[in-house]
Write a protein that binds this ligand. Structure first.
Ligand code: AMP
Ligand code: GLY
Length: 425
């Protein structure tokens, strides 16, 4: 098989690593990829939003399967464009990727089908939103831009003044662009956050192992929200009781709701959950693997990823016995100092060869590229994701932090408390 992976981050490197293990795969391409993915795949300089070029390339190379890693092309309809050209693709169509693409849609879906989530109202008018805040709201309160905003379109406001300013930020000043044409105002919830990834074939859902992300830039969950500074899998807080509740009230009901709406979902649903004192609630849905969730979940998956992906596309997921190793993984992100605001790029990265031939350690590239001299250099805010496997979370964490010392680059920055919650379990 020839497989094309669309995307350029650590998630796509983790996907490529899993795909490369399949004996069914002869050749992997990645568009546009990065310097780490280039060790497994031929990287082609086509952007993830260049649908026409991706379709033409897939036809020219007789690609058997396209795996779309990123949210923007999914929400924009890349899978529809590929399918229209007769190319097999993994990921939701546009009408299903809206589960991530519009928070107002996903909130309405949850309300209609009684899927537990925070109470909310949708607004497409700033004045109406402000009126609601002045008359009906309790604080703190959460404001969310409707559309994709790189995980940054959520404002938690402690006072009415902050919330009124937040409405202007989202809807009037359009800080998150057209994502702020509509917004959701929702109840503030408290509890631990857990990420659960799943494979879905339109009707059947198979749950992967759980994970826990660290979204803030600095130790102690201080600093700005980022794409994710590290994580671990499984989450010790995702108990059998939580799992049973979510299977009954959240996972299958979401898949059934999408099918009932005429939007059958095929691909990966990422459930962002909050374990509140009243039980698990959905914080958000994503229509793809998480980044860096993929970097801790996929290395633990026993199945041939191609078999699972094919079953999702063919609607035969009920016949797949999805299995994970009885171990644990921790990923620590090595970022460029200053991320997520302002940071320099182009610094050479040394020590990468230390990962060669080590089965328990992975160095997933996120923002890297080859410079004119062929050296691997930093090329983004999140540069590398260092993942280690261990018999348990503590061992995996110790190994991951040990491996963060193997690589060096100027302005290397990481959190030192990834997986601290393990000690509280
Ligand atoms: P989201 O992009 O919806 O996952 O939101 C980003 C982050 O904002 C989440 O990971 C939570 O930490 C926080 N958040 C979102 N919604 C709520 C809520 N209703 N109550 C409390 N925190 C929230
Ligand atoms: N790590 C969170 C996300 O991928 O959205």
């Amino acid at each position: 098989m020839k497989v094309l992976i669309v995307g350029s981050g650590g998630r796509e490197h983790a996907i490529a690593t899993s795909v490369a293990k399949s004996p069914k795969v002869d050749k992997i391409y990645c568009a546009p990829g990065n310097a780490g993915i280039a060790a497994l795949a031929e990287c082609v300089p086509i952007g993830a939003m260049e649908f026409d070029k991706l379709v033409t390339f897939s036809k020219e190379k007789s690609i058997d399967l396209v795996i779309v890693g990123m949210d923007d092309p999914l929400v924009g309809g890349l899978v529809d464009a590929l399918e229209a050209a007769g190319i097999r693709a993994f990921g939701p169509r546009k009408n299903a990727a809206i589960l991530e693409g519009s928070k107002a849609f996903s909130k309405d879906l949850m309300k209609k089908y009684n899927i537990p989530t925070a109470a909310y109202e949708n607004f497409d008018d700033a004045e109406a939103a402000k009126e609601y805040l002045k008359t009906k709201a309790e604080f703190p309160i959460v404001l969310k831009a409707d559309g994709l905003a790189l995980g940054k379109g959520v404002l938690i406001c402690n006072t009415l003044e902050e919330a009124l300013a937040g409405v202007d930020t989202i809807m009037t000043d359009k800080k998150f662009g057209s994502a702020g044409n509509r917004m959701v105002i929702e109840e503030f919830m408290t509890g631990r956050e857990v990420s659960v990834l799943s494979y879905v074939d339109g009707k059947t859902i198979k749950i992967m192992s759980s994970a826990q992300d660290h979204k803030r830039a600095k130790d102690g969950d201080q600093g700005l929200n980022t794409g994710g500074m590290g994580n671990f899998s499984p989450s010790p807080f995702y108990t059998a009781e939580v799992d049973a509740f979510c299977r009954k009230y959240i996972y299958q009901p979401t898949v059934d709701a999408m099918a009932a709406e005429g939007r059958p979902f095929k691909g990966v649903i990422f459930f962002g959950l909050m374990l509140t004192p009243k039980g698990p609630r959905v914080l958000e849905y994503n229509a793809r693997f998480g980044d860096p969730e993929a970097q801790v979940v996929l290395p633990r998956m026993k199945n041939d990823m191609i078999d699972v992906v094919n079953a999702c596309i063919d609607g035969t997921l009920d016949q797949v016995d999805l299995q994970f190793e009885d171990n644990a993984a921790v990923c620590v992100v090595l970022a460029s100092d200053g991320y997520p605001v302002k940071y320099e790029k182009g610094f050479p990265i040394t020590g990468l060869e230390a990962f060669e031939g080590k089965e328990d350690y992975f160095c997933f590239h996120a923002g890297t590229k080859f410079d004119a001299d062929g050296r691997i250099v930093t090329n983004g805010g999140r540069v590398l994701g260092i993942t280690a496997l261990g018999r348990d979370l503590k061992e995996a964490r110790a190994k991951a932090y040990e491996a963060t010392e193997w690589v060096q680059f100027d302005n290397k920055y990481m959190r030192h408390d990834i997986g601290k919650a393990i000690d509280e379990a």
